[in-house]
Design a protein around this ligand. Structure first.
Ligand code: ADP
Ligand code: ZN
Ligand code: ZN
Length: 725
């Protein structure tokens, strides 16, 4: 049998495909990680070679030859290939689709790697001295390229024109090539501060030459980023690149600016806001080794690096590391696996680590480093609860909170931050005469009132319509809004306080420019109120803020999601961390109907470790992750019961072979049964360990596939789900 090529083909099937080499390619030129064009059905697709085998489960005459080899050298490194194979298996996702995450779009479409350099052809190399004596600029170009291949910009700088290059190409003396990156520049533009004892202990504990998982648990402002920077400096000094993951695209400009101010080396930035060409260029700088630092949002975890030496996951608890559609991976967990495959350390940093990471630390799988001090004198804010029970409210605020705002902004001339995690004017529109409520036609959800543009919008699908003037049921024009969103809170605040109010939510700040001008206002320090949703908690610093108000903590505390309490604790700790960075004596006021909940007492001690331990204990009592593993099989269809019927059959099919230690629950309707016109059902599978969970995931998916496709039915397995609603 000839060599068998095992390829990851971008189709929605959970398997690799076997081909024979293209007719005109010597099998010795083939390496895993190269792309090939292959016939698939009646189409041609770009696939990635994962293995060269000497046998196939199919007969040789059944295998089709690949059509063309696209790369001379592997594009996807060996460890990233391993990572993709692992992820496809762990998340039970089609492997071709996983490999798509490892390449930028233009390369997935079969485009050549951009060739940014020029070199001599064989003919050019053999050119006799003096052969171009009468074409001086051509001779000069040849002389330059005899030393080494050069970039087009280099040649232009040396005075070689495009016309000269064209002429040399015509004579077959030079050709395009991909430039190899030179050694990394490890030098710094500015020296960092002298580290505090806790910081240097953390830096020293990270052994750069081998795999190790480190949890850097440091209160906001304790200098976690400074620890990353110092580790990166050491990593660069060893000639290796650092991969830094950040949760939000909105945070890239400020983070990149801070890293650029420190290091000479170029920084490749990868996030969803890039054009295809920019993304390819950044990806190539990472792969060639030209960029010493590669920074990006979750998908950057699959970027091939020439010399990986360190992985950092900042704000590791952040929910946006989990992809919520298609290939549902958790970039933090993939980063840990990647570090293991690369044989390098990974540092997970957060002021509020996830319970998963806290438990891993507790069990000794992760090494924890605490940063409990803030450099300088910046003290932590005092945290107090305000009992909402029987209190009159104005604009959603008690007299206590309003008084504190007046004092802070009008009298003391500081800034205040108000947190309300609900955008829009009001979450409900109701008829005062008959009780009619504006529901979404496609979801089991209420429409949110957006008064500024006079529309009703559904926050769960794309539905929207103009705000009605009258009740569609009884014709009454007395329509009321219920509940409070940021748009309304802003309006009321303007009436209650004579000071500037800035709103921070995805309606008010649609562009990155808007966010950065808000940050400028915040930094300028003029007295004002900054009111916003969880956008406020995402890593931005508000140094002049002296007071933080949490308007409705209960919305988080009593959510239907088992992670509700954890998210509330993280959110409040994160928003509090934004206060009083530069002065001492910041204050955090939390409005709640449940001031006696022990979580608040723990929050007040500013001791997230104690809080984490308490949260872990509560979680253990429920047996939910990280105690035990959770898999969710979700099915959805336009038909109300199709998803349920499918999951019932699937359960019947899988039960006889399922490990008895695994528990199946359901099928149950999702918390919001109908969304965007589809009825959603779930089957929960709880497993005691990673390995049983993994086997169960395989069995569930196999059972689902064995049932065959059904018209209009969508289904998938969500491994380690973040969102269970
Ligand atoms: P975190 O990432 O934990 O929020 P940062 O690294 O941003 O904290 O540090 C907070 C502030 O303290 C920054 O302005 C940073 O420059 C400063 N800082 C950090 N470490 C030190 C240090 N060892 N000495 C002086 N200032 C420091
Ligand atoms: Zn009515
Ligand atoms: Zn909807």
């Amino acid at each position: 049998m000839p060599a068998v090529l095992r390829l990851a083909v971008p189709v929605p099937l959970r398997r690799l495909f076997d081909y024979t080499p293209p007719d005109d390619v010597n099998p010795r030129d083939l390496r895993p990680g190269q792309r090939l064009r292959v016939p698939f059905g009646s189409r041609e697709l770009t696939a990635v070679l994962t293995d060269i085998a000497d046998s196939s489960e199919f007969d040789a005459d059944q295998l089709r030859p690949a059509s063309a080899l696209l790369d001379q050298a592997p594009l996807v490194s060996e460890s990233v290939q391993q990572l993709c194979l692992w992820a496809a298996n762990h998340y039970q996702h089609p492997v071709g689709d996983v490999f798509s995450a490892a390449l930028p779009k233009l390369l997935r479409e079969g485009r050549d790697l951009p060739q940014d350099g020029w070199r001599l052809t064989t003919r050019g190399l053999g050119l006799a001295d003096g052969a171009l004596a009468r074409a001086r600029s051509q001779a000069k170009a040849i002389a330059l390229l005899q030393a080494a291949p050069r970039s087009g910009t280099d040649l232009a700088d040396a005075g070689v024109s495009a016309a000269v290059l064209r002429e040399l190409v015509r004579k077959d003396l030079i050709e395009r090539c991909t430039l190899e990156a030179g050694p990394l520049d490890p030098s710094t533009r500015e020296a960092g501060p002298v580290l505090l004892a806790e910081q240097s202990a953390a830096v020293d504990a990270v052994n750069l030459g081998r795999f190790g998982c480190h949890l850097l648990q440091g209160i906001t402002g304790s200098g976690k980023t400074e620890v990353y920077l110092q580790l990166i400096a050491r990593c660069l000094a060893e000639g290796r690149q650092a991969l830094v993951l950040i949760p939000e695209i909105g945070l890239t400009p400020q983070t990149v600016a801070r890293f650029e101010a420190r290091f000479q080396t170029s920084i490749a930035v990868l996030h969803s806001g890039l054009g295809d060409g920019q993304r390819l260029a950044a990806w190539q700088a990472a792969r060639s080794g030209q960029a010493g630092i590669v920074m990006g949002t979750r998908s950057a975890v699959f970027t091939t690096l020439a010399h990986p030496g360190l992985i950092v996951v900042d704000e590791e608890h952040d929910g946006s590391y989990k992809q919520q559609d298609g290939f549902r991976y958790a970039a933090r967990d993939v980063a840990v696996k990647r570090a293991q495959l690369e044989g390098c350390p990974v540092v997970l940093g957060s002021a509020t680590p996830s319970l998963e990471s806290l438990l891993n630390a507790h069990r000794g799988r992760y090494q924890v480093h605490h940063l409990n001090e803030r450099p300088g004198s910046a003290a932590l804010p005092r945290l107090e609860t305000i009992d909402l029970r029987r209190q009159p409210l104005q604009g959603g605020m008690t007299e206590t909170l309003l008084g504190a705002l007046r004092q802070t902004v009008q009298i003391d001339g500081h800034q205040a931050l108000l947190f309300l995690n609900r955008r829009g004017y009001a979450p409900t529109l109701q008829c005062h005469s008959c009780g009619w409520v504006a529901d979404c036609d496609h979801c089991d959800a209420r429409m949110t009132v957006h008064l500024r543009d006079r529309r009703l919008r559904c926050h769960h699908c794309t539905a929207q319509r103009p705000l009605p003037g009258q009740c569609p049921d009884c014709g009454s024009s007395s329509l009321l809004t219920r509940g409070l969103g940021t748009e309304q809170a802003e309006e009321q605040l303007r009436q209650l306080l004579p000071c500037p109010v800035h709103r921070v939510d995805s309606d008010a700040l649609r562009t990155r420019e808007a966010m950065s001008s808000l940050l400028d206002i915040a930094r300028a320090g003029e007295p004002c109120v900054i009111l916003g949703t969880q956008m406020l908690t995402k890593g931005h610093h508000f140094p002049a803020v002296q007071l933080v108000g949490v308007m409705d903590a209960d919305a988080l505390l009593y959510s239907a999601d088992f992670r509700g309490e954890e998210r509330m604790a993280q959110l409040i700790t994160q928003v509090s961390g934004r206060a009083g960075r530069e002065r001492s004596g910041g204050r955090v006021l939390i409005q709640t109907h449940y001031p006696d909940d022990p979580l608040f007492a723990a929050l007040q001690r500013n001791d997230y470790s104690a809080l984490g331990a308490a949260l872990l204990q509560r979680r253990q009592a429920t047996g939910m992750p990280p105690f035990g593993q959770l898999l969710l099989l979700r099915a959805d269809a336009r038909d109300e019961r199709l998803g349920e019927q499918f999951l019932v059959s699937l359960k019947k099919q899988v039960l006889p072979t399922l490990d008895p230690a695994c528990r199946l629950l359901g099928p149950l309707p999702s918390a919001m049964p109908r969304r965007a016109g589809r009825f959603r059902w779930q089957l929960w599978c709880m497993a005691p360990s990673r390995s049983t969970a993994h086997r169960a995931a395989q069995q569930l998916v196999q059972a689902g596939e064995a049932l065959g496709p059904r018209r209009d039915l969508g289904w998938f397995v969500d491994v380690d789900p973040q969102d269970v609603l």
